[in-house]
Each structure stands twice: as structure tokens, then as C-alpha cells.
Design a binder for this molecule. Structure first.
Ligand code: SAH
Length: 213
């Protein structure tokens, strides 16, 4: 077995399953996507460590557990149209790409978006489209979505995301201060939104009109 494949299996068995990730499709996707290709060469050996890593421009690729947890909370079955805010390295987009029909991902930093787009294309993740814009506005021209995942920390829940969700759609978003947040799963129902809080977390800030300054 290739070394990185072995490290990926360990990541799933030691970081994800024991902490309660149960969705087998999510575990399978995490077992498959080559995370080491989404970090710079000098960090490849640490790609499967239990932590976030820098990807340039002051941004990070999220910890594997956080990627798995957020993805699980989206409750994807395979036919969904998903919006991701915060493309970053493109790793989360690749994981999503294996679990739904279409991924729309928005990044505000052009250089990261271009790099991610090229990598995703090269690796054959063809159902992912990358956009450069302020993701706090959502992606109105492609709405509505079945699920929305925000991979940067917000001061509050932007109404734009609720508006751009289909009925029974799920929004997964870290909400809190600039330095620490709580992961929320918000479901849009006919009688209003149903909010569940999950694990504490630390994300880079969501910067934009309905985020941080
Ligand atoms: N999902 C990424 C994690 C990236 S970190 C991965 O798997 O690598 C969060 C990203 O959100 C950063 O790249 C940051 O530039 C981006 N971001 C922050 N505010 C944003 C906004 N308003 N719109 C789009 N992207 C934003």
C-alpha cells in the first residue's frame, strides 16, 4: 500500500471513527481524497496529522475531523446541489464532490481560488465549480441549494444562506467570535429554522458584507 494511503487509513481509524463519525459515505470519501496534494510540498508529510495546516494568504486547510464532522452534518445522499463558502485549498470541495451531484464553491482570495480550481480539475473532480466573490452574499445566481457549508467563522448567521436554501436544506456554519466558534447545523423547515449546536471549533474569519470587516 502506498504510504499516503496508509496514513489516510490511519486518519480514518484513529481520528474520525473514534470521535463518532458514522456516515460510511463520508468515511469512504475521506479515505479516498488525497489530502497531501492539497497542501504545499513541505507539508505533505503532515497532511494526515490531526490538525489544520497553513495554505498561504493567512488561510488554513481544516483539521480532518472538522471536515468529516461538517460534511456529516450536511446529511448528503448523493443527488444534492451544495454550496461551499471558503474554497481555500479545495480539499473540502473534493470531499463534497464525491458525496453529492454538484458543488458550487466560493472563495474571496483569487490566488487560492485559481490554485484550487486547477488542482480539482487536474484530479478529475468535474462536478465542482469555483467562483471568486464575497461568499457572505451566497451565490444568488445559482440558488437554491440543498445544503450550504461555510468553512470560515461567522459573527452571526447571514440571512442570505437561509434564503438560498431549499426546504429541508441544511446549513453548517461555525458561529462565534473571531477566535473561537461553535459549529451549528441549521435546517430550513416550513415552520422556521431548527438549530442544533455541535462541537466547539476555531476557524479563520468569514470576511465580507455579512461577516467580519
Ligand atoms: N474549505 C477550505 C478551508 C479554507 S479556510 C479547505 O478545505 O481548504 C477558509 C477560507 O474562507 C479561506 O480561504 C478564506 O479566504 C475564505 N473566506 C473568508 N471569507 C470569505 C468570504 N466572504 N467569501 C468567500 N471566501 C471567504
Amino acid at each position: 500500500m502506498e504510504e499516503f494511503e496508509r496514513l489516510r487509513a490511519l486518519m480514518v481509524d484513529e481520528q474520525l471513527r473514534p470521535r463518532g463519525i458514522k456516515d460510511e459515505r463520508v468515511l469512504q470519501a475521506m479515505q479516498t481524497v488525497p489530502r497531501h496534494l492539497f497542501v504545499s510540498d513541505d507539508l505533505k508529510d503532515r497532511a494526515y496529522d490531526d490538525c489544520a495546516l497553513p495554505i498561504g494568504e493567512g488561510q488554513t486547510i481544516s483539521q480532518p475531523y472538522m471536515v468529516a464532522k461538517m460534511t456529516e452534518l450536511l446529511e448528503l445522499k448523493g443527488d444534492e446541489k451544495v454550496l461551499e463558502i471558503g474554497t481555500g485549498s479545495g480539499y473540502q470541495s473534493a470531499v463534497l464532490s464525491m458525496l453529492c451531484a454538484e458543488v458550487f464553491t466560493v472563495e474571496r482570495i483569487r490566488s487560492l481560488a485559481i490554485k484550487a480550481q486547477e488542482l480539482l480539475k487536474r484530479l478529475g473532480y468535474e462536478n465542482v465549480r469555483v467562483f471568486v466573490s464575497d461568499g457572505t452574499l451566497g451565490l444568488p445566481e445559482h440558488a437554491p441549494f440543498d445544503a450550504i457549508i461555510v468553512t470560515a467563522g461567522a459573527p452571526e448567521i447571514p440571512q442570505t444562506y437561509i434564503d438560498q436554501l431549499n426546504m429541508d436544506g441544511r446549513l453548517v456554519i461555525p458561529v462565534g467570535t473571531r477566535f473561537s466558534q461553535t459549529l451549528y447545523q441549521i435546517r430550513k423547515t416550513p415552520s422556521g429554522v431548527v438549530t442544533k449546536t455541535s462541537t466547539p471549533c476555531v476557524f479563520v474569519p468569514l470576511v465580507g458584507r455579512y461577516g467580519w470587516e
